[in-house]
Design a protein around this ligand. Structure first.
Ligand code: MN
Length: 299
């Protein structure tokens, strides 16, 4: 089952199921009340998503939103693939760093535009698998973690390089494209054979096997839920593999994950100003531009 969030022509926030014929509005099957938009309320209700009725008319004239447009939080893994740890010359990975938060207001949908805020700083793409939480989760054991997953989606963790705090460098408005859909676990199947690809300007930059995550999805849910309560609709970005590189005005970025989908955005530098903070020459060292590990023959 693939679900999506959208605005109908009157501007109302709705939730739909993606069928072969198109998107079918299922918002009337979402219980009223509770915090958040219809996707969060649908997940919070504990409805078996595979039982949603999809015999209604196909939606016309909808504007796509991120699958969960209003999560209570976006939690992200900083260094969770060994090849990315190597390319960033980082001594530590997630087991030493823990996780960080991205502002939910940074979310945009498939086919929208990433806006680079400064003309004098480097910005990189990070293609990632994202997990959407389906149930309130606190101190979850890794062996139970699958019970807390509503589904998966593609995510771009857009990043300003430098020494500012990660929560700043990765929380600019438009810096978290997600989508296009929330794909339920039974449709995604085993994560071990998923591949991730990221292209910028049609050129392949990242290729990874999801099984190479240092902390796998159950480890992440176990750890994050030991720090903070996870709520239905919360998003965990699982980390990016090697192949990050600078993006510029006019670029297009696509991330594709097996059975999860394909997310594409464009990049604009229009309106960029000088950066007011001074972290440009400090912080984790990014790789030389456009030299992904697999192109150097390491894969
Ligand atoms: Mn990242």
């Amino acid at each position: 089952m693939k679900l999506c969030s959208f605005l109908d022509p009157s501007g109302e926030h709705r939730v739909g199921v993606v069928t072969a014929a198109g998107v079918v509005d299922v918002t009337t099957q979402v219980p009223a009340g509770g915090p958040g938009g219809p996707m969060r309320r649908l997940l919070a209700a504990g409805t078996d998503l595979t039982t949603l009725r999809t015999d209604g008319p196909v939606v016309e004239g909808a504007r796509q939103l991120p699958p969960v447009p209003d999560p209570s939080k976006i939690v992200a893994a900083p260094v969770n693939y060994r090849d990315h740890q190597t390319e960033m010359s980082q001594d530590s990975h997630i087991a030493a760093l823990g996780v960080f938060l991205k502002a939910p207001s940074s979310l945009i949908a498939d086919a929208e535009q990433v806006v680079l805020p400064y003309h004098d700083r480097r910005f990189d793409q990070e293609g990632e698998l994202a997990v959407v939480i389906g149930r309130r989760a606190r101190h979850v054991r890794t062996q139970d973690a699958a019970d807390y997953v509503a589904g998966y989606t593609c995510l771009l963790d857009m990043t300003m390089r430098g020494g500012e705090d990660r929560s700043v460098r990765k929380s600019f408005d438009t810096f978290t494209p997600t989508g296009p859909h929330l794909v339920t676990p039974e449709e995604v199947g085993p994560l071990d054979d998923l591949e991730l690809h990221t292209w910028v300007g049609g050129k392949l930059r990242q290729r990874a096997d999801i099984r190479d995550l240092i902390w796998a999805v159950p480890d992440l849910i176990g750890y994050v839920s030991s720090v903070m309560e996870l709520l239905p609709g919360d998003i965990i970005a699982t980390g990016t593999p090697a192949g990050v590189g600078a993006v510029h005005d006019g670029d297009d970025i696509t991330v594709e994950i097996t059975r999860v989908g394909r997310l594409s955005v464009t990049v604009t530098g229009k309106g960029a100003t000088a950066c007011p903070t001074r972290g440009k020459n400090s912080g984790p060292r990014p790789p030389a531009e456009l030299t992904p590990a697999f192109e150097r023959g390491r894969r």
